[in-house]
Design a binder for this molecule. Structure first.
Ligand code: A4P
Ligand code: MG
Length: 178
């Protein structure tokens, strides 16, 4: 049992999981930040980056006046268990000067675990699949780009979820990603 999160170890140490990480930034230099974070995700311990989506510019969801977000999704094969993965992602966020000033406030970098194989976790500090992903086209569209035929842990098809997702201003950018 993981002492910090009280989550049972879902993968044996050597077992490989396919995971999807959502990246978001709307403070500082978001395009550069997301591109650098994609490189840093390629260097995660016991992991191999398999694919990066395009960058997307999206309308901000959150309180007050905020700049547009840059969003993307990265596919990774990892042997890190979910709690270690979360810690590693938070360390990357911190290196990018992430400050936590309240829910959905502007941020230099947000890294969310969207999916971890077919795992479902509902814990105060770790919820997988990520709580709001099915309502967000800035998550589902980049995910569809790199995982077209994906079946979600609830048995639904990603393509159906994209069709049902509320519309929101979203533009795919021409910038090349790694
Ligand atoms: N946490 C729980 N589950 C996860 C998970 N699957 N992945 C916990 C990562 N973290 C997870 O996160 C708060 C806590 O969530 C963490 O301590 C972790 O234990 P946070 O990054 O400090 O705060 P937050 O991101 O403001 O909260 P939340 O509710 O995760 O927000 P979201 O859902 O990440 O939304 N608009 C656009 N256009 N694009 C965006 O990317 N992002 C947000 C943030 C709001 N509006 C946006 C975007
Ligand atoms: Mg978050």
């Amino acid at each position: 049992m993981d002492a910090k999160l009280n989550i049972p170890p879902v993968t044996a140490a050597q077992q490989k999981a396919i995971i999807y990480i959502g990246l978001g930034s709307n403070l500082g230099t978001p395009i550069e930040t997301v591109l650098i974070a994609m490189t840093e995700l390629a260097q995660l311990h016991q992991s191999k980056r398999l694919a990066c989506s395009s960058l997307y510019r999206s309308a901000p969801i959150g309180p007050g006046e905020q700049g547009d977000y840059i969003n993307a999704v990265v596919k990774i094969e990892t042997q890190l268990p979910p709690n270690d993965l979360l810690s590693a992602l938070q360390a990357i966020e911190q290196r990018h000067g992430r400050e936590r000033n309240g829910r959905w406030t502007p941020r230099t970098l947000d890294l969310d675990i969207l999916l971890y194989d077919q795992l479902q976790i509902a814990h105060e500090h770790l919820c997988i699949p990520h709580s709001h992903m099915l309502q967000r086209n800035f998550v589902l569209c980049p995910l569809l780009e790199i995982a077209g035929n994906l079946t979600l842990p609830d048995g639904s098809q990603l393509t159906d979820r994209v069709a049902d997702c509320p519309a929101g201003r979203l533009t795919k950018l021409p910038n090349p990603t790694p």
